[in-house]
Write a protein that binds this ligand. Structure first.
Ligand code: PYC
Length: 322
């Protein structure tokens, strides 16, 4: 329920390869739930006002991803983390995992080295260095459906793979003639959003009916000496990922491995739309698919206390209707 008295919420902001993360470090009661998935449900049900107050305008913006620290459920984890964005809760988020790592180091709560974080998708292993470099061994990732054809109104047939990398992705080649450039964000967003809506309309989903709420277009890198591939990732709230998207990179690695194009330990350099790069390798997973290991760098940008006055207009954020 929305509070009726003024609230103060301590946050630390960072960015990972250009994509922002806002970590809530104090001001929230412990979430109810015996699993991280239940804690995520509790946050979504009881704390949605806090989500929108923290990441939506006027305090945040559409690209902002939030992370709430909570008690972990799995043993030996240093923290639990719930991820969220401008429209709701996320499953996993690797750029934000990197942001959480540098935030905890900034606060002196974590030293350089390897630590386990508990998340709604499972436990991830996080290795943090002294200068912002972070490597995350992700949960099992896999291709769920190969060469799916979706009929997109106004576009025609689009083919791609449905894969899990901690979120559900539809991965498809950027159409010929569509520049995979920062100057072309509007066209890339419009195309990806049409694909996303067509997937939903066509009932194309992940395992257990999971919504395919991320669309990843991929094509050649700007500089082949710096990256193997470049992507544009559209997130559920219609914001594009400024980073190469860690869960999207994981989904891509799983597809490459399934196609026999990426061996265990072989390095893949995934550029995002801003030409920042995550590097990734894969380890085979016992249940099939892979455990992607994704590396990037994150940097703290601000320490702040958000003030929420219930009497103010848009106290709990300006609603987003993508
Ligand atoms: O890095 O996994 C990621 C991510 C998901 C949504 C935005 N970033």
């Amino acid at each position: 329920m929305r509070p009726v008295v003024k609230q103060s919420v301590s946050v630390i902001d960072s960015h990972t390869a250009g994509e922002p993360t806002r970590v809530i470090v104090a001001g929230v009661d412990e979430l109810a739930g015996a699993t991280m998935a239940e804690k995520r449900e509790c946050f979504s049900r009881d704390w949605d006002w806090l989500r929108s107050a923290c990441v939506c305008e006027p305090r945040g913006h559409d690209a902002m991803v939030g992370a709430l620290l909570c008690e972990p459920v799995a043993p030996d984890c240093v923290t639990g983390v719930i991820f969220f964005n401008n429209v709701g809760v996320l499953n996993g988020c690797l750029h934000a995992t990197m942001g959480v790592a540098v935030t905890l180091m900034h606060l002196g709560r974590l030293g350089a080295g390897t630590h386990r974080f508990d998340t709604p998708t499972g436990v991830v292993s996080v290795t943090a260095g002294e200068s912002g470099e972070v490597t995350v061994e992700n949960v099992r990732s896999h291709r769920f459906r190969e060469d799916v054809v979706v009929e997109v109104p106004g576009i025609g047939e689009v083919r791609g793979d449905v894969a899990w990398g901690g979120n559900w992705f539809f991965l498809t080649k950027v159409p010929d003639g569509m520049a995979l450039e920062n100057s072309n964000i509007d066209a890339l967003t419009d195309y990806s959003w049409r694909v996303r809506k067509a997937l939903a309309a066509g009932g194309i989903c992940g395992a257990d009916g999971g919504e395919v709420d991320h669309v990843e277009l991929f094509g050649p890198p700007t500089d082949p000496a710096a990256a193997d591939c470049k992507n544009f990732v559209l997130c559920p709230g219609k914001a594009y990922d400024r980073s190469p998207c860690g869960t999207g990179t994981s989904a891509k690695l799983a597809c490459l491995h399934a196609d026999g194009e990426l061996d265990e330990g072989q390095e893949w350099r995934q550029a995002g739309i801003l030409d920042t790069v995550f590097t990734g390798t894969v380890k085979p997973a016992a249940a099939g698919g892979v455990h992607p290991v994704v590396s990037g760098s994150a940097f703290v940008t601000a320490e702040a206390v958000l003030l929420i006055d219930p009497a103010a207009p848009f106290a709990f954020g300006i609603p987003v209707n993508p």
